[in-house]
Ligand binder design. Structure first.
Ligand code: GEK
Length: 237
């Protein structure tokens, strides 16, 4: 696994964060050292999806990156079961690597914008992807997913949130900063990456996400995981 050192040297100008070749090359390391609980979330979504689908169904992994989650779901479900996983991402660099590393006839990787992708899954997962979709398009995307999903469909949405309680938000952000430093990121790397993400990764509160899911028609909308400001929700059609 290649170490993420993309923001290690001082940059004369920090451009907006893009999911290009350089990011795809170090993405696994970046995710593990930037998202507290990333591996736990991946492991547990594998178990959740396997428990929900049992023997049959299609999973849409929207914003699949290198396919870590798709791989975990495949590992959690017996090869004999009729389960198919479609990973969608609009970064060619991510999709190329997912295709190369996951050689399984049950998995397909599609390079497309999720805003145009017709939903076919009875399970739809957005694992830290919605935060990169322009805010004005999020209601429409979640409502369309609900419309296109079959009855009894399951939605899993993971996001970094901003907590409505300002003190708690700042407290968790400070802990996250120290957690990243413990994982070898310098102050400069952390601040340059934060600058790069500023206009690209737009956060909302837990209530915003729950309200959007409910408004779209989802029921039993609950968070099943939280670590600092990283939350994952489960919602049913
Ligand atoms: C994981 N789920 O490892 N259409 C398609 N893909 C998109 C779009 C879009 N409009 N916008 C962003 N992406 C993964 C991690 S990363 C999260 C997801 C992060 C893709 C983008 O190319 C990237 O691969 C992914 O969403 C977000 O479980 O980097 O924090």
């Amino acid at each position: 696994m290649k170490r993420d050192e993309l923001y290690r040297s001082p940059l004369s100008e920090v451009g907006d964060f893009v999911f290009n070749e350089k990011v795809a090359d170090v993405f696994e390391n970046m995710a593990r050292r930037s998202i507290p609980g990333y591996q736990t979330i991946i492991n547990l979504i594998g178990v959740i999806v396997a428990s929900h689908l049992k023997e049959q169904g299609v999973v849409n992994d929207l914003g699949c990156s290198l396919g870590a989650l798709s791989r975990e779901i495949l590992n959690s479900i017996s090869k004999e079961a009729g389960v198919e996983i479609i990973g969608i991402d609009n970064s060619p660099a991510m999709i190329d690597r997912a295709r190369q590393s996951i050689d399984d006839t049950r998995a397909t990787f599609v390079c497309q914008d999720i805003l145009d992708y017709p939903i076919t899954g009875s399970v739809v997962v957005l694992n830290f992807t919605l935060q990169f979709i322009p805010k004005t398009l999020r209601d429409g995307l979640i409502a369309r997913i609900w419309r296109e999903m079959p009855e009894n469909g399951l939605m899993i949405l993971s996001e970094k949130i901003t907590d409505d309680q300002r003190n708690l938000n700042e407290f968790f952000n400070a802990i996250h900063l120290n957690w990243k430093k413990e994982r070898g990121y310098s102050e400069l790397e952390i601040s340059q990456k934060r600058q790069a993400l500023e206009n690209v990764m737009i956060l909302e509160s837990e209530a915003d996400h729950k309200n959007r899911l409910s408004k779209a028609g989802f029921t039993r909308v609950n968070s099943w995981f939280r670590c600092l400001n990283w939350v994952s929700f489960l919602a049913h059609k």
